[in-house]
Design a protein around this ligand. Sequence first.
Ligand code: NOJ
Ligand code: CA
Length: 529
Amino acid sequence: MGADDWWKKGTIYQVYPLSFQDTNGDGRGDLAGIRSRLDYLVWLGVDAIWLSPIYPSPMADFGYDVSDYWNISPKFGTLGDFDALVAEAHAKGLRVILDYVPNHTSDQHPWFRASRASRDDAKRDWYIWRDAAADGGPPNNWLSNFGGSAWTFDSATEQYYYHAFLPAQPDLNWRNPKVREAMYDVLRFWLDRGVDGFRVDVLWHLMKDAELRDNPPNPGYQPGDPSIRRLLQVYSCDRPEIFEVIAEMRRVVDAYPDRILIGELYLPLERLVAYYGTAGTGVHLPFNFHLIQAPWNVREIAGMIAEYERLVPPGEWPNWVLGNHDQPRIASRVGVRQARIAAMLLLTLRGTPTLYYGDELGMVDLPMRPEKVRDGWAKNEPGLGVGRDPQRTPMQWSAAPNAGFTSGDPWLPVQPTYASVNVDALSRDERSILTLYRRLIQLRRTHSALALGAKRLVESPQAVLAYERTHGTSRILVALDFEGAPKSVPLPGGRGTVLLSTHLDREGESVEGAVGLRADEGVIVALAT
Ligand code: NOJ
Ligand code: CA
């Protein structure tokens, strides 16, 4: 693994295909739409796009219920459209990362249809079937992440099947070598078509306890929490056997040059870093969601960053994620002013940044009226605030009707702010958050200290996070105000020049002794050497 690996220096941008750009007026985004917006992504400066699932799917979980791994959903286009998208992206210097959903299929997948048809079917053991407990109830106490038992009784063959998510998403049995072979063939199919890597859905779920032991109660559960939190997922996830599977996946991917595996992993830091594996047997990047999860204050964020840096194994590369289609948007979590601080943090930390479409516009969550709710989790557990529709609303391109997303009826409502919060308007505004994102990505590209440099925390006043990035003779200071009050931050080395402020009005300013911060301001300063 060399310093020139593209995915170390690169910025990853998550496209949620349903909400990016519609071209045929059916109100849902499609591949032709993504293709038509590649120039925007090039302009923004990102290096890779990760597409949430685009395979045929009944859409019970909006694509995370795959009914055919070897095709493109007609709702999104055709294999021809996909090939054209990859070719054009590559020609423009963009990599394409696909979502790979190995833990479960749709209940409409031919494998599951066969599996549920009879206990003797050759595919029966491709899923996890068990007899009822003595009382006729589910085989163990495991819970679905989307509410209720994780077991559904199938009266045709009188057994329960396991599903960590919706009943329409039965879990595959990864202990079966035939399942593994079939699923590795899926990887090869898309690698052969030229994709640059995969984001692996719920990677820590793949292997379950061989004895399916009951999960213990979670002492931290509070009424009003999603029901999955009632139990600690000790036996249903993050089992030691998973590492053998990941090593096999890694070998498949490593047979192709320059490809990457990213794991979706919601785990504490010390467990997360285990997924780097040893000596190139894990994923290249175990997605680090701790910027999303940590409380937004300097003490927590600085402590978490230091802990993570300490835990990433030597020779492995860190990464940071600020948002995705499952999490409230950053501008809603921390407010629009601190969202600029968050952007500067994401794009100046040591490690690959991943950003979520629309966050570069400062898009916020759109609360859904009950009749607009689409997310199955929200429908199963209403009133708990678990719905994910608010962060999946259409991308805002312009002030045209439906923000230029569709000429039809959008599958989720467009945010009412779109008349001013859109790519067209914000790209012309020198002080907009979009301009800030673009400048940050450019700086990361032009300053190796930001992309690849070492990082150390620097003494700073309370509520300021300050760190230095160094590479060769280049030294860069980043200072971020987290509390909305002016500050003065001493400059290590004495003198420097402001490269960028979150307020976008200080470029080129010389600073000596200290750099002042206004409320909610972050600065990047090139230090004199
Ligand atoms: C994680 C995905 O990001 C989420 O959207 C999905 O619902 C679950 N995995 C189940 O596939
Ligand atoms: Ca469409």
